[in-house]
Ligand binder design. Structure first.
Ligand code: FSO
Ligand code: SF4
Length: 543
């Protein structure tokens, strides 16, 4: 059968996974995901070609986000769930097409499949390699992957009742553009930059949705030890799922711990009222194989990153919801009002032993835009007095490659008059190091989840204003970003749109950038890779 996927940083050999994903994705899952993306491109084509009003598309808007989210790295490994999504999207696509008079529609808008076998057969002809020219393929992928990341953030905002038709319209248009053979490389490059612009809108909307519902994140001390009660571990990024879980576990004697990217939930005032919301357990996503063993209770995945659980005992304790899925793990669906019944998880938790302590103590976070602005004067003074020489934005993702030890060493070796601004699961590489503070300002300021990189960009823009600078690049800020999956792609495109230059991206550059596209990014934006810690620190500090 064969597969080809190169959408994440761990693409095999730095080129692409062709037999089975390094992430654990099978050929079959890869094919079904390719087909979902192709159908969504067909839907984008219909909406754009017929100039349909996105506000009149009903459930399709949400399903487009969900379909894209299901194809993000480590989100959904369940072929049955992907097959159901394909049938659902095909139905939506067909009724959409029936509303239009499009003559000679693109294949993506009309093809049919009636079985899993036919799906796999079709998928083999529409995947990434169906685009022969490697630069066009690269640009189409850059746009598609950016839109996937955008869809994830938009879906979280939508779960909180926030919606932006302009954003949705753009997603349809961008997906459609990746089918359009008449577009030149220049036109696709400019669309990739527009994708960054809309990425800023998407992250801004999610920021607004999160802070209006849950309050503005504030500096918070988070416990990383455990208590002696049965407990549930919640992973992923969706705060509405956490809210529902906290409500449903209140008074049951079951504690709730965050895992991975859910850690920043502790920074929001609204979640502080729950006495059973105990702390954070474990580290970044890729350590879950051992950490889920010692947790001993049930785990709820609200989004990626799932690492395929090898043991049945662990699979029996894993639940998924939303776009996440794994074969053999129970999936909890929302009702028509978005309500989820987590009682099976709570009942299971009551029968299982409490977590084993693997760490103790606390960590500090919550330095999103408003919290940093509250101490802006102090920060500006520290820079003016020379107490802070430079800020390092080290947002992004963590991953299992050994090369990522670079980021721990980098943080450890940075001069003591520097401050790290972080967001996303990249922080786990250095958020437990004793890096101290500068006049009360912690040397690692964690803004939150990967989407809270938006906060870091706002902080930079505000500092630019405070220092009376014309250009964001004149600030004493360096960008040394670690990437892994497609949400990092939209964060990167957003930073480029905001005018940030000389971003260093590691541990390796994306496999989906062809040499020519990479060259454009280097020439236009000064994008670079990483080398070794000492040389890179010397380069950043000297620059
Ligand atoms: Fe990490 Fe996974 Fe948040 Fe990603 S847990 S890697 S960029 O899903 O989305 O930072
Ligand atoms: Fe490979 Fe990453 Fe694709 Fe998984 S998501 S198949 S690891 S490139």
């Amino acid at each position: 059968m064969g597969m080809f996927c190169y959408q994440c940083q761990e693409a095999a050999g730095g080129r692409g996974c062709t037999i089975r994903g390094v992430c654990g994705k099978t050929e079959e899952v890869s094919a079904l995901q390719d087909l979902i993306v192709y159908i969504l491109k067909g839907i984008g084509y219909i909406v754009t070609e017929a100039n349909l009003n996105v506000e009149e598309l009903g459930e399709l808007n949400y399903e487009m986000l969900n379909g894209l989210f299901m194809t993000i790295t480590n989100a959904n490994f369940d072929p049955d769930a992907l097959e159901r999504e394909i049938y659902k999207l095909l139905d939506l696509r067909d009724s959409l097409l029936a509303r239009t008079n499009i003559v000679n529609p693109h294949d993506a808008a009309v093809f049919t499949v009636r079985s899993r076998a036919e799906m796999l057969e079709k998928a083999a002809t529409v995947g990434v390699l169906a685009t022969e020219n490697e630069d066009v393929r690269s640009l189409r992928q850059l746009i598609t992957l950016g839109v996937k990341g955008m869809a994830a953030y938009t879906e979280h905002a939508e779960n909180l009742g926030y919606r932006n038709p302009e954003l949705q319209k753009f997603m349809y248009r961008a997906l459609a553009a990746t089918l359009d053979d008449s577009l030149s490389a220049d036109e696709l490059t400019s669309l990739a930059l527009d994708t960054g612009k809309m990425g800023v809108t998407a992250m801004g909307m999610l920021h607004e949705a999160n802070t209006s519902r849950y309050g503005k994140p504030e500096a918070t001390v988070v416990n990383i030890g455990v208590r002696n009660n049965p407990a549930i571990l919640i992973s992923g990024h969706d705060l509405t799922d956490l809210e529902q879980l906290l409500e449903q576990t209140a008074g049951t004697g079951v504690d709730v711990y965050t895992h991975g990217e859910m850690l920043p939930a502790h920074y929001y005032p609204a979640f502080k009222k729950y006495p059973h919301f105990v702390g954070n357990y474990g580290n970044a996503w890729w350590k879950q194989i051992t950490e889920f063993e010692t947790f001993r209770g049930p785990i709820l995945f609200t989004t990626n990153c799932i690492v395929p659980p090898r043991k049945e005992e662990i699979r029996n304790r894993i639940f998924t919801t939303g776009s996440a899925g794994y074969p053999g793990c129970r999936h909890i669906e929302a009702d028509e009002f978005g309500k989820k019944d987590f009682s099976p998880i709570i009942e299971l938790a009551k029968r299982l032993p409490p977590p084993v302590e693997i760490e103790s103590g606390t960590i500090v976070g919550g330095f999103a835009y408003d919290q940093v602005m509250a101490v802006a004067d102090k920060v500006v003074d520290a820079v003016k007095s020379g107490a802070i020489k430079k800020f390092f934005v080290m947002a992004g993702c963590d991953g299992r490659m050994k090369e990522r030890e670079y980021y721990t060493e980098f943080a450890r070796k940075l001069p003591s008059d520097t401050v790290i601004l972080t967001a996303g699961c990249a922080k786990y590489r250095y958020n437990k190091l004793p890096l101290g503070d500068i006049g009360g300002i912690p040397r690692v300021l964690d803004a939150g989840q990967c989407n809270d990189s938006y906060s870091l960009a706002l902080i930079a823009l505000k500092l630019k204003e405070a220092f009376g600078l014309e250009d964001i690049n004149d600030l004493p800020i360096a960008f040394n970003i670690a990437w892994y999956e497609q949400k990092a792609v939209i964060v990167l495109l957003a930073l480029l749109y905001l005018g940030v230059k000389n971003i260093h991206l590691g541990p390796t550059l994306p496999a989906f950038l062809s040499p020519n596209v990479a060259k454009v990014l280097v020439e236009k934006f000064g994008i670079g890779g990483i080398t070794d810690v000492d040389s890179d620190i010397a380069m950043f500090m000297g620059a």
